[in-house]
Design a protein around this ligand. Structure first.
Ligand SMILES: Cc1cc2nc3c(=O)[nH]c(=O)nc-3n(C[C@H](O)[C@H](O)[C@H](O)COP(=O)(O)OP(=O)(O)OC[C@H]3O[C@@H](n4cnc5c(N)ncnc54)[C@H](O)[C@@H]3O)c2cc1C
Length: 389
């Protein structure tokens, strides 16, 4: 059964997250304009808000199930700003560890912040083109290659790096390895400069004859099958939860933009009268109604992907739908709000123009909008990635 009602406890947690978001907004412009600086682990305002994570972990059975609640939390957090009041303790590589690691690996690195490095100068959407190599030498893997645009690459204590152990075998030859900071041959080479989410640490990494113990291969399976994609599918499962979470970021940005625009327009006496028929609505009202509908639809796709995960059901297509729709509204809604507000929307006095730039990434990382649509189309029409790629 699907139940859209929130318990009092869940409502209070989400309200606190939104209040935290409001508190951090005052720092958001500074770190947008000082990209070279990393924000602190915790802003002073954080002390006024006891950590929500304990409260989230203590939620009674019967409250919103955990994956669905993570999506609601993501939307609420991003409604504030991309900049968090406290830096999250873990990163994307931890999701890979949970999806593909052995029980022993999960135990060993569960509390170690791990970024995830797939993208290279010559390889993004087409991950089978990875050039980074991992060669077995005795009891060590020797990793060589370059990775770019790695989120939390500077802050994280280590990285899950994708490399090929057999370039002839395409996806089947791709494995992922845990490499910890301080391992000789592994270096952060630069902080990337970006259009948006400038407060987020994004790094380029290099691996030169970097040796890691044999048991750092995530999942531990060293075989490379002649047919099929080998362990690649297992690692791709990482995205079944993270793609809807990225969709939630997009919805949060859309919601924040709409709230800002609606408040500004209300100050000028323009507000949607929901009782009035659409023939009587002004162009501005019609645009607001359309954007509200788009944001709500995107939000429902995100919640559906989370709900399926909670139900223990396959959700990879729904994860792509959530990411595609969340990514779409992260572009179209802030853009539409800027159009409605004119110069005020574009002004750096407010955060709306920043949210447009910040939101743009949700349609790029973890698979672009076009790639999500390919995945969805393959599922609908029953094509393989060789037939529709
Ligand atoms: C801020 C930021 C953070 C990031 N964080 C990470 C991270 O933590 N880890 C990581 O590994 N990477 C990360 N990335 C990289 C991101 O995942 C890639 O940029 C993304 O996968 C796209 O790859 P690309 O840039 O090489 O573009 P390309 O793959 O070259 O694509 C260029 C364009 O072509 C389109 N396209 C490509 N193939 C097809 C196709 N078959 N059909 C139709 N259209 C297609 C794409 O949609 C896109 O519009 C990050 C990027 C940014 C900007």
């Amino acid at each position: 059964m699907v139940d859209f009602r929130l318990s009092q406890n869940d409502t209070e947690i989400l309200e606190q997250v939104r209040r935290e978001g409001l508190a951090v907004r005052k720092h958001a412009r500074y770190f947008d304009e000082h990209e070279e600086e990393l924000p602190p682990e915790k802003f002073p305002e954080a002390d006024a808000f006891p950590g929500v994570s304990e409260r989230v972990n203590r939620r009674p059975a019967g409250d919103t199930p955990p994956a669905t609640f993570q999506m609601l939390l993501g939307m609420a957090r991003q409604w504030g700003d991309t900049l968090p009041l406290r830096q999250p303790p873990l990163a994307l590589g931890n999701a890979a560890l949970q999806a593909a690691g052995t029980p022993e690996q999960k135990q060993r690195w569960g509390a170690t912040a791990l970024s995830m490095a797939i993208t290279e100068p010559g390889c993004g959407s087409d991950s089978k083109a990875i050039k980074t190599t991992a060669r077995l030498d005795g009891e060590h893997w020797v990793i060589n290659g370059e990775k770019i645009f790695v989120t939390t690459g500077i802050r994280a204590q280590g990285v899950v790096v994708w490399a090929t152990v057999d370039a002839q075998r395409g996806r089947a030859g791709i494995k992922s390895f845990v490499v910890l900071k301080g391992t000789p041959g592994f270096e952060v080479t630069r902080k990337e400069k970006k259009l948006g989410i400038r407060a987020s640490d994004t790094a380029a990494l290099s691996f030169i004859d970097c040796r890691v113990p044999r048991d750092h291969l995530l999942g531990g399976d060293e075989t490379v099958p002649r047919q099929g994609s080998g362990g690649f599918r297992g690692v791709m499962k990482t995205f079944n939860m993270t793609r809807p979470a990225v969709g939630a970021i997009g919805v949060g940005k859309a919601r924040a933009s709409l709230d800002f625009a609606e408040e500004a327009l209300a100050g000028e006496g323009v507000a949607v009268d929901w009782e009035r028929g659409r023939r009587a609505r002004s162009t501005i009202e019609a645009k607001l109604v359309q954007m509200e509908a788009d944001a709500e639809a995107a939000s429902l796709t995100v919640l559906r992907a989370g709900w399926l995960a909670d139900a223990g059901e396959e959700n990879n297509v729904e994860a792509s739908i959530a990411k595609a729709k969340g990514g779409e509204v992260s572009r179209t809604v802030p853009q539409g709000c800027i159009e409605l507000l004119g110069a005020m929307g574009a002004s750096r006095e407010h955060l709306l123009e920043k949210w447009l730039r910040d939101g743009r990434i949700t349609d790029i990382y973890e698979g672009t909008g076009q790639i999500q649509r390919l995945i969805i189309a393959r599922a609908i029409f029953g094509y393989s990635s060789e037939e529709l790629g």
